[in-house]
Design a protein around this ligand. Sequence first.
Ligand code: NAD
Ligand code: UFG
Length: 341
Amino acid sequence: MVMLLTGGAGYIGSHTALVLLEAGYDVVVYDNLSNSSPESLRRVERLSGRSLTFIEADIRDTARLEQALTEHAVDAVIHFAGLKAVGESTEKPLAYYENNVGGTLSLCQAMRAADVRTLVFSSSATVYAESDEMPLTEAAPTGRPTNPYGSSKLMIEWILQDLYAANPDWSIAILRYFNPAGAHESGEIGEDPNGIPNNLLPYVSQVAVGRLEQLSIYGNDYATPDGTGVRDYIHVMDLAEGHLKAANAIARASGLHLWNLGTGKGYSVLEAVQAFERVSQRPVPYRVVGRRPGDIAQCWADPRKAEAELDWQCSRGIDDIMADAWRWQSHNPQGYRDSER
Ligand code: NAD
Ligand code: UFG
């Protein structure tokens, strides 16, 4: 089976490419490298002992996409490509809608033209309405996202639902990720954000390795056990394996499915920092500052639907996430730039 991964050179896409290659799939990565390095793919090939096809192109180029789908006889698409920086999306809403929503429309049009109807989409727990009731099941109401990034994910979900309603021969999986974190256990591939990281784990590991001075904890006055925000951190390899299971499941029959990919456990910022310090044996200096606009107090998944329907389960815990994040960061202090020089 041939899988095309839009955004496959990025953080989650590269780990998924590895899992797919190891499971025997042929992989075509379609990425414009706007937020990634081709070095991730070289390492994926080395780790798997197999080669993949890389196409450097933009998903908004519908004709190029259609050509790629046809030329490589693609069976299914996993759609990771998109812009994902929440803060930046509030400054550049049009770029986010154009890239994420416009890019997805272009992809669906190319798939229709090439007669490929099996699609796995990277959505996010950010589409859920803020709630005091945890864990979140797939039936929990969606809300009005607090930023254009989140809105773009919800809009794409609506587009895919409408597409399926009109074309029930499509097979679509919408995966709502909670907080992806960690790295492949080899330490060879991992998260390599451009500039100052927005997300907690890359920030913490860059402090630990000496690239950044101090972590700012955004608020300790939330209604949570220690006052800091609580999230469901899912190991990126568990997440990648979830994509393999979802792609297999939807290849069997048409349908539209929603699955949460999370662990079902929430950890506070302070608990996450302590786990990182314990596992890495490195101090992570921090100070508590004011809340970050748009943040919520707590968010964790009820993953039972995905577990039951996909025969999938997270096998890695918070200590594995921290150990693997640290192995990646300490082996590659400057990320992939270390091997690009
Ligand atoms: P990433 O930035 O590492 O990967 C995205 C990839 O898409 C990059 O390689 C980038 O170069 C590529 N890309 C962007 N725009 C493109 C375009 N127009 N054409 C072709 N390629 C393009 O991000 P990630 O963390 O791997 O996230 C993958 C997906 O999962 C994204 O859609 C993201 O919104 C979603 N997601 C991520 C998180 C998270 O915390 N990492 C959480 C929920 C959902
Ligand atoms: N945090 C800090 N300091 C930092 C970074 C984060 O204290 O420097 C805190 C945040 O306030 C939050 C927690 O750490 O309480 C996690 O923050 P992240 O930025 O790592 O993750 P978010 O939960 O804010 O957002 C992530 C993804 C989004 C996605 C969302 C879904 O970045 O793309 O999960 O829940 F939409």
